[in-house]
Design a protein around this ligand. Structure first.
Ligand code: MG
Ligand code: ZN
Length: 386
């Protein structure tokens, strides 16, 4: 009997604690699914009169928002009170992202479809279903005397950028992917991943080798400020860069540096820039992470469009490799920049993703097509002989 009373007393004692704990959990979960924007930015919407493009693109800039579906875009539109730079891109289509092995692609097969124009198995980096290397748009551009560049907020050896420069059977082979950078003549690459270049099982120092090959190599973007041409590699983090709230305007600055150098080539250039972490916000089912990364990506898009408007020979394409999180935008507020979202998965989804194009040849990107068609269209618009 005494034991029973003691048990009841103990239970009563514990109850308020557990109640508070579960409330706290609920609160945290709820906050995670909301975003209150405090950092609005101006968006310039160009009038038709301001846009005078030449007939064909000399340069192509491909901007990939990893995991960026329509909901991710709309979360950004809502957060910035109804306007993104992206809304200047009026030629709009949809890309079907299914891989050769799965209805739901990963970023390796999704990246390879965009970079090489071939559907392959999930995990493949620049190789087909038989694990044979396929030439990427970056390599084809290089072969046609164009300058080339890669920028990402992840490690530069991560699946998306890797699929443009490396050829490996598995996305996890980061050291092999890093070594593939030496097999190309890429002019500028900026992103994380230094450890895969310098702290390797084979003991090689790839940064040293890159220097021997004429690259200026840096750990910090600020240190590369005086580099205005030639070959440049900046490995800004041991592995991935921090999230948007930690890395500042790294993506914008890196893209500006890449454009400054690449635009000096009279034959034109190819540049791929990835907003890598929109995907990670989706995997974490974290609304503020998704929205913050989306807005960061869009600020970079604004810069790129400004370049393209002045240049008149640059085609800009914005797309995704797949959608992440199965996000739905719930009751939000466009006037205050408040976003509330719900997620249906911690993984990717199979839904088609938007494609936005701007500049000479942009109309080619209207309609619904396979992700591999984006590669075909880029190749056609560059007017390369196969
Ligand atoms: Mg990626
Ligand atoms: Zn992902």
């Amino acid at each position: 009997m005494r034991n029973k009373i003691l048990q009841v007393l103990l239970l009563l004692n514990l109850m308020p604690v557990t109640c508070v704990l579960s409330q706290e959990n609920y609160k945290n979960k709820d906050v995670k699914n909301e975003y209150h924007n405090k950092d609005f930015y101006d968006v310039k919407i160009y009038s038709d009169k301001e846009l005078k493009f030449k007939k064909n693109p000399k340069n192509i800039i491909l901007l990939i928002g990893d995991g960026m579906g329509v909901s991710q875009v709309f979360s950004g539109i809502t957060a910035n009170k109804g306007k993104l730079h992206l809304q200047n891109m009026k030629a709009i289509g949809f890309s079907k992202t299914q891989s050769a092995s799965n209805y739901i692609t990963d970023s390796a097969a999704g990246g390879t479809a965009l970079s090489c124009g071939k559907k392959t198995y999930n995990g493949a980096i620049g190789v087909d279903s038989d694990k044979k290397s396929i030439e990427s748009i970056l390599e084809i551009a290089e072969r046609n005397n164009k300058a080339t560049g890669l920028v990402s907020t992840s490690a530069i050896t991560h699946a998306t950028p890797a699929s443009f420069i490396a050829h490996q059977p598995d996305r996890g082979m980061y050291e092999e992917i890093a070594a593939d950078f030496l097999e190309t003549e890429i002019d500028v690459f900026i992103g994380g991943g230094k450890t895969f270049f310098t702290n390797r099982k084979d003991g090689q120092d790839l940064c040293k080798k890159l220097k021997e090959n004429g690259y200026e190599m840096f750990d910090k973007l600020e240190d590369a400020e005086s580099v205005r041409d030639g070959k440049l590699g900046v490995l800004t983090a041991p592995e991935h860069n921090g999230k948007f709230s930690e890395r500042g305007d790294m993506l914008q600055k890196a893209t500006a540096k890449a454009l400054e150098i690449l635009s000096k080539d009279k034959d034109g250039f190819f540049l791929m820039v990835e907003g890598s972490q929109i995907d990670w916000g989706g995997h974490q089912n974290n609304t503020s992470f998704v929205v913050g990364e989306m807005l960061d990506f869009d600020k970079m898009i604004g810069q790129v469009l400004e370049f393209a408007v002045k240049d008149r020979e640059t085609l800009v394409i914005v797309t995704a490799d797949h959608e992440t999180g199965g996000i739905a935008i719930m009751d939000s507020d466009m006037s205050t920049g408040f976003v509330k979202a719900k997620f249906t998965t911690g993984g990717h989804t199979g839904v088609m993703v938007p494609v936005f194009a701007f500049g000479p040849g942009a109309e080619e990107f209207m309609g619904i097509y396979e992700n591999t068609a984006i590669f075909d269209k880029m190749l056609k618009l560059y007017r390369f002989k196969k």
